[in-house]
Ligand binder design. Structure first.
Ligand code: HEM
Length: 289
């Protein structure tokens, strides 16, 4: 929306701008409450494993009781909620959809998980619960490449917008004027043979493996987490968390898409599923692993 439209709407509190203001208030109120609740349990924060508790604790180190300025903690919470909540849940939804469509990938991922988790260290004394460690998760190379391939196929931030600060020339000779806007269509990059080869439209985790080891792609070829100095701060964290959820679910349940339910992407800031994902979930026999 051009500035001459949104600026008056914002000034008079009308249309989309009014809706945006109300939505921002909901997020801010939620984040403010989180900060207030954490401050209330000050002194017992060492039992809490989250980053917000660490920051609040650091405010009170050596009895200085100096709060972070302004709305720092509220904005910190809001940016982490916005940057991580939807990205992670949508990434996992696309992953489960893709492995439902390609059972051989599901079987290979499960094979790897069973192999790593069958180690005696991953069994509790009564052999009832399977536990996994960070080390174990790191060893799950096939699961990692399946997740990377799923993010390549359905890039969660499908379009990136950048604004040019100074007149510039791109490596291919394209001239850009100061103030110009550049749209980077990550969603289209998946279909470009010049980038991913003739099999670009295949969901193929193996493309990430050379001589048995995982080979990561150049960040500009694979800008799923952005490229350059403003890359996603949560990249490694996301892989760990996606793996934890994927392993926990795959081990215990078989997740299959509901026949006839149409799964199509919805192009917004995050690549949601237009109609959501409907699945049937059947328990697996965990202890046979
Ligand atoms: C699969 C999951 C994720 C994907 C695909 C992803 C992708 C991205 C992308 C494309 C950007 C750049 C946005 C822009 O500037 O236009 C970004 C920024 C960021 N992400 Fe993520 N993200 C993911 C998960 C997370 C998680 C879990 C966290 C936090 C725990 C996180 C924290 C951030 C932060 C703080 C930034 C801003 C970095 C900066 O501007 O310097 N992200 N992410």
């Amino acid at each position: 929306m051009p500035p001459f439209v949104w600026k008056p709407l914002k000034f008079f509190g009308l249309g989309n701008e009014r809706w945006l203001k109300e939505a921002i208030k909901v997020v801010h109120d939620f984040a403010d409450k989180k900060v207030r609740d954490r401050r209330k349990i000050l002194g017992n924060l060492s039992n809490q494993s989250d980053l917000l508790s660490r920051l609040i604790e650091s405010e009170n180190k050596q009895g200085q009781n100096r709060h972070f300025p302004g709305n720092f903690l509220r904005d910190f919470c809001a940016s982490f909620i916005l940057a991580s909540r939807d990205t992670m849940s949508v990434a996992l939804a696309w992953f489960f959809w893709l492995i439902h469509k390609t059972p051989q990938v599901e079987n290979k991922s499960l094979g790897e998980i069973y192999e790593i988790l069958c180690h005696p260290k991953c069994r509790t004394h009564d052999d009832h619960i399977t536990v996994f460690t960070e080390e174990g998760l790191k060893k799950m190379v096939y699961l990692q490449v399946a997740l990377s391939e799923s993010l390549r196929f359905y890039p969660l931030v499908p379009v990136e917008l950048k604004q040019v600060l100074e007149n510039d020339v791109l490596p291919d000779g394209t001239r850009l004027k100061k103030g110009a806007q550049v749209f980077n269509f990550l969603f289209s990059m998946v279909c470009m043979e010049s980038i991913w080869g003739k099999d670009c439209l295949e969901f193929k985790p193996e493309r990430w493996i050379k001589d048995g080891t995982f080979v990561s792609a150049n960040q500009f070829k694979y800008p799923i987490f952005n490229a350059g100095p403003r890359r996603c701060l949560g990249k490694n964290f996301s892989y760990t968390q996606m793996k934890m959820v994927a392993v926990s679910v795959l081990l215990r349940y078989s997740v299959k898409g509901v026949e006839g339910h149409s799964v199509v992407p919805k192009l917004t800031t995050t690549l949601y599923m237009k109609n959501g994902l409907m699945v049937t979930v059947r328990p697996r026999l965990v202890n046979n692993a």
